[in-house]
Design a protein around this ligand. Structure first.
Ligand code: PNS
Length: 163
């Protein structure tokens, strides 16, 4: 039987417990999960691609059917390349809906075989985003509810380096 591969795409700048929840739940549902990091040369990231890969690898090291990869260009082309037609995204609040709907419809228009699945974020993660976590880091706040320790350490270090 054909193995079903799901892609969990995103910027992961950095990975949060919200992402981790979606990745783990996807790994229960699909044979293989690829956490696909977008590389967009026009976008400024806090963490380099290597740093984002390292943090995700640390996160997924004990989940055998999950791997990390990166892509540039269109997600539908990447999906085809890895033999998948499934995208999984997390949905936190109504505010996510419009953007996610655009993403889904655009991907469907580009490739009608693509299916996007949405998982409601667990409620303790419904307000966490990489951006909001970055916004409170660097001030010595306890971030342990939002990101794993190895991400928190890197965030604090990065913010200190930036001054
Ligand atoms: O974590 P993010 O930044 O919300 O993830 C957005 C992402 C990476 C899923 C989206 O920007 C994307 O797929 N970009 C690749 C370009 C593409 O395929 N665009 C068409 C769909 S809008």
């Amino acid at each position: 039987m054909k193995r079903k591969i799901a892609i969990v795409p995103g910027s992961f700048d950095p990975i949060t417990y919200g992402h981790i929840d979606i990745i783990k739940r996807s790994a229960e549902l699909f044979d293989e999960v690829i956490v696909a990091i977008l590389v967009n040369p026009d976008k400024k990231y806090l963490f380099s691609l290597d740093e984002r890969v390292e943090m995700i690898n640390e996160t997924i090291k004990e989940i055998p059917n999950v791997k990390v990869d990166s892509f540039s260009g269109l997600l539908v082309n990447y999906a085809k390349q890895v033999g998948s037609n499934v995208i999984v995204r997390g949905l936190r609040a109504v505010s996510d809906f419009e953007y996610e709907m655009q993403l889904t419809f655009m991907n469907k228009a580009l490739d009608e075989n693509i299916e996007t699945f949405y998982m409601m974020a667990n409620k303790q993660y419904s307000f966490i985003s990489s951006s909001i976590v970055k916004g409170v880091s660097g001030f010595g706040a306890d971030l342990s509810k939002f990101v794993p320790e190895y991400v928190e350490e890197r965030l604090e270090k990065k913010m200190k380096e930036r001054g």
